[in-house]
Design a protein around this ligand. Structure first.
Ligand code: NAD
Ligand code: TDX
Length: 332
């Protein structure tokens, strides 16, 4: 492949993937991003203009998508409305972007027979009990809980149908919770780090027993590149790095790493329909493609992430007040 179209390439994970491509391949990269509140050109700063071109546009714009896909040898589709709490307040943008946007890209991929990789989430499988010994696999039945996860589940099913009915050469990956630099301050880990940097107490939903399976975003990117280059067309791959922790433990660890007492946080009202536990079994990816995560020590990855937010206030400060005003309206 020579020229890759990366949708949502100005977001948290998409921009990481663009940097990963620049460092590990010689592809040219065309970013298509709407620059919603979550897109940030500063996340792509410093990349060579010869390799990375940015188009400001919407994945539901069929004419624009047709033109860009016609020029591309492959598509990696990250663009989405991505935050559960937003989807509980206003689901419509999730339906538009995650469903209609994916449909629009698939139709163009079908027309030009273009390699398509769809980025999805472990949330499409619903949640697990805390004492369930199992983890999600590629054959776990879909059972999404929130407007966000239901639209991601719908987008996965569109991809599967376009593979089966129209032979679109597509793969899907379902990844667990990402952390690392450039993540929007609405999300759990950066919200707590930047709260502490601002002198605000971290906010834990409910009792904080909910478990998430954390992976560093660099590891997500290396897994996506492995699937894009070596994955079997029509297949789904789970991406995870054996990083299960409950939310209370994560908040306590952030407080400890930032030199504060472990109980210096507030319990706030729980999220509606809050999924209890996510856990990913990445055996297929490890055994079939030989992929391994680089970040195996969560505390070390978290320390580096804290350092990044400490030294990049110019990147996150513009979004902080509006984000906290949103949570204040919800009492969270
Ligand atoms: P993000 O919210 O940080 O970024 C999303 C990007 O998509 C932004 O740059 C935004 O401007 C762009 N976008 C939104 N609507 C668009 C539209 N209609 N047209 C073009 N661009 C549009 O999200 P993220 O956390 O980087 O997630 C990226 C992808 O990874 C999503 O598909 C998400 O479902 C998936 N995912 C995320 C996680 C996670 O932990 N964050 C885990 C698994 C999977
Ligand atoms: O302030 C908070 N306090 C809190 O306790 C916030 C923002 C969150 N939480 C909890 C809710 C979740 O149990 O922390 C956990 C993580 O929350 P989010 O960062 O909102 O992530 P989550 O809802 O788990 O979804 C994330 O992972 C899967 C991404 O946002 C999705 O895009 C991805 O699909």
């Amino acid at each position: 492949m020579k020229r890759l179209l990366v949708t949502g390439g100005a977001g948290f994970i998409g921009s990481n993937f663009v940097r990963h491509l620049v460092g590990h391949t010689d592809h040219r990269i065309l970013v298509l991003d709407k620059f919603t509140y979550a897109g940030n050109l500063a996340s792509l700063a410093g990349l060579p203009a010869k390799r990375v071109e940015v188009v400001h546009g919407d994945i539901t714009d069929a004419q624009l998508v047709d033109r860009l896909v016609n020029e591309a040898d492959g598509i990696v589709h990250f663009a989405a409305e991505s935050h559960n709490d937003n989807s509980l307040q206003d689901p419509l943008p999730f339906v538009r972007t995650n469903l209609l946007g994916t449909y629009t890209l698939l139709e163009a991929a079908r027309k030009y027979d273009t390699r398509f990789h769809h980025i999805s989430t472990d949330e499409v499988y619903g949640d697990l009990d805390l004492d369930d010994p199992g983890r999600f696999t590629e054959t776990t039945p879909y059972n999404p809980s929130s407007p966000y996860s239901s639209t991601k589940a719908g987008s996965d099913l569109l991809v599967r149908a376009w593979v089966r009915s129209f032979d679109v050469p597509a793969t899907i990956s379902n990844c667990s919770n990402n952390y690392g630099p450039y993540q929007h301050v609405e999300k759990f880990i950066p919200r707590q780090i930047t709260n502490i940097l601002r002198g605000i107490r971290p906010k834990l939903y409910g009792r904080g027993n909910n478990v998430r399976d954390w992976i560093h975003t660099d590891d997500h990117s290396s897994a996506v590149l492995a699937i894009l280059t070596e994955g079997q067309i029509g297949e789904t791959y789970m991406i995870g790095a054996d990083g299960e922790h409950d939310n209370r433990t994560v908040v306590e660890l952030i407080l400890e790493l930032m030199g504060l007492p472990p109980d210096a946080y507030d319990n706030v009202p729980d999220r509606a329909g809050h999924d209890l536990r996510y856990a990913v079994n990445p055996t297929k990816l490890r055994e079939e493609l030989g992929w391994r995560p680089h970040y195996c020590d969560f505390a070390q990855g978290l320390r580096a992430t804290i350092d990044w937010y400490r030294t990049h206030e110019d990147w996150w400060a513009p979004a902080k007040d509006a984000t906290e005003a949103f949570y204040a309206r919800l009492g969270q």
